[in-house]
Design a protein around this ligand. Structure first.
Ligand SMILES: CCC(=O)SCCNC(=O)CCNC(=O)[C@H](O)C(C)(C)COP(=O)(O)OP(=O)(O)OC[C@H]1O[C@@H](n2cnc3c(N)ncnc32)[C@H](O)[C@@H]1OP(=O)(O)O
Length: 641
C-alpha cells in the first residue's frame, strides 16, 4: 500500500520546486495513489479550460479511499467513528465494514441505472450512510452532488435543476439541537419545483421523523440494502479517467443560479493525500476530526476523502461545538477517540470561547494525543487564536482556501516545517499556488499593499477545472478579470516575509458562521415581496458569526401594512426561500437608500456605518442625509457607532 509520507526539505524549497518543476513535484506526490493506469505526465496545458492534471491516468477514488486499506492491513482499523450527541449514538465502522457497506450501496445504485458520469444528489445529515453514498458514487464512476441540509427547498431545487441527477439519496430528517428538521417535505417540494425529475430516491428513514414515501419513485434505504445483501449484490470499483469528475459542489454565485464547482478524480486524490502528510502533519492510522458538515467543501475534503485516502480514521460528528451538551464537546470527542488533529471554523471556536471563556472544560479531558488545531472557512480573529493557543498549549493554525480550490491556498505546513505564526495571517502559499496580489489594472502591488489575490494559472491539482456544464461561466467568473490568473475575489496583502492575509471579499459574498452567502441572492428574495420597492443587503460585523446579514428595504408608496409586520415577513421569506443557514434575522425599513448620483447603492459605506467604523463621505453621493438616516435606523436597533 502506498501512502503519502511528508516531503523532505524546507517549505521554501518545496514551494519553489512545485512552481519550477511542476511535473516532477506532482508526479512524485502521485506515488501516494494506486492507479489503474499510472500517470506518465502530470499536466497537459492543452486540455480543458486552462489545462488538466494527470491526463492519461486512470484510477478509482473509492478503491483508493477504502478497498486498498481494507485489503492492505487496515481491515480492522476504524475508518469512520460516528459520534452523534444529538441522537445519543456512537458507531465505529472499520475499513473492512466500510468496503462492504459501500460495495452494496454501489450495487443498489447500479441497479437503479446509475453508471459512470451520472449524477446523484445527496441531501443528508451527518450520518455514516451519507459517506457510504458519496463513496458508492465514486465506486461506480458516478458524480455526487451533496446539498447542505440547512438550505431550503428552493436552493435544493436549483441544484437538482442544474445537476440533473438520475437518483437522489436523502434522509427523512436532520437533527438540530432544538428541533428535528424534516428533510423529506423539502425534497418533495424541490423535486416538484425542478423541471428535472430524478428516476428514484433512496430514503434513509430515521426514527426521529419517518417520511412518507412516494410510490414508484422512493425506495426505503434499509430494505434496499437488506435485499441487496440477500442477493449478494455488490459493485466493484470502476476505473475512471483522472480527469473525470468526482463530484459537483454548488457555491453561492454573485448572481442567479449557484455555481457548480467540479472536482476531478486524480488531481483531488493527489492533492488531498499530499496535504494530509505535509500540511496537517498526520500519519496513516491516526484519528482526524474535521468538525464541519459534509455539505461544505471542508467536509468533502477533510471529513471524507483526505482522511480515508490517507488511511486515517475520520470522526463524523453530528453535533455542535456548544449545546450538545456543552462547550467541552469537541474536547470530549478528541479525548474519547484519540484525535490528533481538529479542523474547525473560527466561528465554532468563538462559540466555545463565549461559553467557556476560561477554557475550564479542556482540563476535564485527556488530550495527550492531540497535536494541532486548524481553522478555516472565514477570517480567524487574533483574539480567538491566542485564546485557543493558551487553552490548548498546541499550535493553532489558520489556513485559507475556497470551495473552488478544494484544499488550502495558504497555510502553515507543519508536516514539512512549522513556520512562525503571525496572528491574522494564513501564512504562506501552498505548493502549486503561484499567488499574487494585483491592483485593478492587473499589476502586482508592493508587499504590504492591499489588492485582489489572484493565482497564476495553472491552478494546482485538486482545484476546480471548470464549472458544471459551463466552461464559459467558469472563464467569465474567474479567469476574465486578470488574464492568465484565477481571480479569488478575496482582497488581501502579502507582507515582506511572504505571509498572506485575507481581508475580505471583492464581490457581494458575505461569510456568516463560515458559510458563504450571496447578498444578491437575499436581495432578490426581499425584492420579491409585494410591498418592497427597493432593497440592499450588507454583511455587518457579528461577534459570534463573523458577519450577519442585514437588509434595508424601502417600501412602495401607499403601503398600508405596518413596517414591523413587513420586516417579520421578510425574515420569514428569506428563511423559507434560502434556508435557516442564511441566518437572516434583521430587516430594517428606511425612507430611502443612499446612492451615488449615477444610482449605485453605497453598500460599502453603509457597512462601515453599521460596523461603527470611520468613513469619508463619498464625493459622488446624491444626498449625504440619506447616509445619516441609515446610521439612525441602525442606532435605533443598537447597531453601529
Ligand atoms: C474553506 C472553505 C470553506 O469555507 S468550507 C465552509 C466551512 N464552514 C464550515 O465548516 C461551517 C462552520 N460553521 C458551523 O459549523 C456552524 O455554523 C456552527 C459554528 C457549528 C454553529 O452552528 P449553528 O448554531 O447551527 O448556527 P448556524 O449559523 O450554522 O445555523 C443557522 C441556522 O441554520 C440551522 N442549521 C444549521 N445546520 C443545519 C442543517 N444541517 N440542517 C438544517 N438546519 C441547519 C441552525 O439550526 C440555525 O437555525 P436557527 O436559525 O437557529 O433556527
Amino acid at each position: 500500500m502506498s501512502a503519502a509520507t511528508p516531503s523532505q526539505g524546507t517549505y521554501a524549497a518545496l514551494h519553489a520546486a512545485s512552481l519550477a518543476d511542476r511535473e516532477g513535484f506532482w508526479l512524485k506526490a502521485a506515488a501516494a495513489i494506486d492507479w489503474d493506469v499510472a500517470p506518465t505526465r502530470a499536466f497537459d496545458p492543452e486540455q480543458g479550460v486552462y489545462g488538466r492534471w494527470f491526463p492519461e491516468a486512470r484510477l478509482n477514488v473509492c478503491r483508493n479511499a477504502v478497498d486498498r486499506h481494507a485489503e492492505g492491513g487496515r481491515a480492522d482499523q476504524a475508518a469512520i467513528i460516528y459520534d452523534s450527541p444529538v441522537t445519543g449514538t456512537k458507531r465505529t465502522i472499520t475499513y473492512g465494514a466500510l468496503r462492504d457497506e459501500v460495495a452494496v450501496l454501489a450495487g443498489i445504485l447500479a441497479d437503479l441505472g446509475v453508471g459512470k458520469g451520472d449524477r446523484v444528489v445527496v441531501y443528508m445529515p451527518m450520518v455514516p450512510e451519507a459517506l457510504f453514498g458519496m463513496l458508492a458514487c465514486a465506486r461506480i464512476g458516478a458524480i455526487h452532488s451533496v446539498v447542505f441540509g440547512g438550505f431550503a427547498a428552493n436552493e435544493l431545487a436549483a441544484r437538482i435543476e442544474d445537476a440533473a441527477p438520475k437518483v437522489i439519496l436523502a434522509a427523512s430528517c436532520g437533527i438540530e439541537p432544538a428541533r428535528t428538521v424534516a428533510y423529506k417535505p423539502l425534497l418533495d417540494a424541490a423535486i416538484t419545483r425542478s423541471s428535472h425529475k430524478p428516476e428514484a430516491c433512496l430514503i434513509l428513514q430515521r426514527p426521529q421523523a419517518e417520511a412518507q414515501l412516494v410510490e414508484g419513485r422512493d425506495r426505503d434505504w434499509a430494505e434496499s440494502v437488506a435485499r441487496a445483501r440477500r442477493d449478494g449484490r455488490e459493485a466493484e470499483p470502476v476505473p475512471v479517467a483522472a480527469t473525470d469528475p468526482l463530484y459537483i459542489l454548488y457555491t453561492s454565485g454573485t448572481t442567479g443560479r449557484p455555481k457548480g464547482v467540479v472536482r476531478d478524480s486524480g488531481g483531488t486524490c493527489v492533492a488531498l493525500a499530499w496535504s494530509m502528510a505535509n500540511l496537517y502533519g498526520v500519519a496513516p492510522g491516526e484519528v482526524y476530526f474535521c468538525a464541519s458538515d459534509i455539505g461544505w467543501v471542508v467536509g468533502h475534503s477533510y471529513i471524507v476523502y483526505a482522511p480515508l485516502l490517507h488511511g486515517c480514521t475520520t470522526v463524523l460528528y453530528e453535533g455542535k461545538p456548544v449545546g450538545t451538551p456543552d462547550a467541552g464537546a469537541f474536547w470530549r470527542v478528541a479525548a474519547e477517540h484519540g484525535v490528533c488533529t481538529l479542523f474547525t471554523a473560527p466561528t465554532a471556536l468563538r462559540a466555545i470561547k463565549k461559553e467557556d471563556p476560561r477554557a475550564e472544560r479542556i482540563g476535564s479531558y485527556d488530550l495527550s494525543r492531540f497535536r494541532a488545531l486548524f481553522l478555516a472557512g472565514e477570517r480567524a480573529d487574533p483574539d480567538s487564536v491566542a485564546w485557543a493557543e493558551r487553552a490548548l498549549e498546541r499550535p493553532v493554525i489558520d489556513h485559507w482556501w475556497q470551495t473552488e480550490t478544494g484544499w488550502a491556498i495558504a497555510g502553515n505546513p507543519i508536516g514539512i516545517e512549522r513556520l512562525p505564526v503571525k496572528y491574522g495571517s494564513t501564512a504562506k502559499p501552498m505548493p502549486g499556488y503561484d499567488l499574487h496580489v494585483l491592483d485593478e489594472t492587473g499589476k502586482p502591488v508592493p508587499p504590504g499593499t492591499m489588492g485582489t489575490i489572484a493565482l497564476k494559472l495553472p491552478l494546482p491539482p485538486g482545484c476546480l477545472p471548470t464549472l458544471w456544464g459551463s466552461d464559459e461561466r467558469f472563464r467569465q467568473s474567474y479567469l476574465s478579470t486578470f488574464p492568465g490568473h484565477y481571480d479569488t475575489s478575496d482582497a488581501g496583502v502579502v507582507d515582506e516575509d511572504g505571509y498572506v492575509t485575507v481581508l475580505g471579499r471583492t464581490d457581494d459574498i458575505i461569510n456568516v458562521a463560515g458559510h458563504r452567502l450571496s447578498t444578491g441572492g437575499m436581495e432578490a428574495v426581499l425584492a420579491s415581496h409585494p410591498d418592497v420597492a427597493e432593497c440592499a443587503v450588507i454583511g455587518i460585523r457579528d461577534s459570534l458569526k463573523g458577519e450577519a446579514p442585514c437588509g434595508f428595504v424601502v417600501l412602495k408608496a401607499g403601503v398600508a401594512k405596518d413596517a414591523e409586520t413587513i420586516e417579520r415577513e421578510l425574515v420569514a421569506r428569506v428563511r423559507e426561500e434560502i434556508g435557516p443557514v442564511a441566518a437572516f434575522k434583521l430587516a430594517l425599513t428606511v425612507g430611502r437608500l443612499p446612492k451615488t448620483r449615477s444610482g449605485k447603492i453605497l453598500r460599502g459605506t453603509m457597512k462601515r456605518i453599521a460596523d461603527g467604523e470611520d468613513f469619508s463621505m463619498p464625493p459622488t453621493i446624491e444626498d449625504p442625509a440619506a447616509l445619516e438616516e441609515i446610521g439612525e435606523s441602525l442606532k435605533a436597533r443598537g447597531i453601529g457607532g
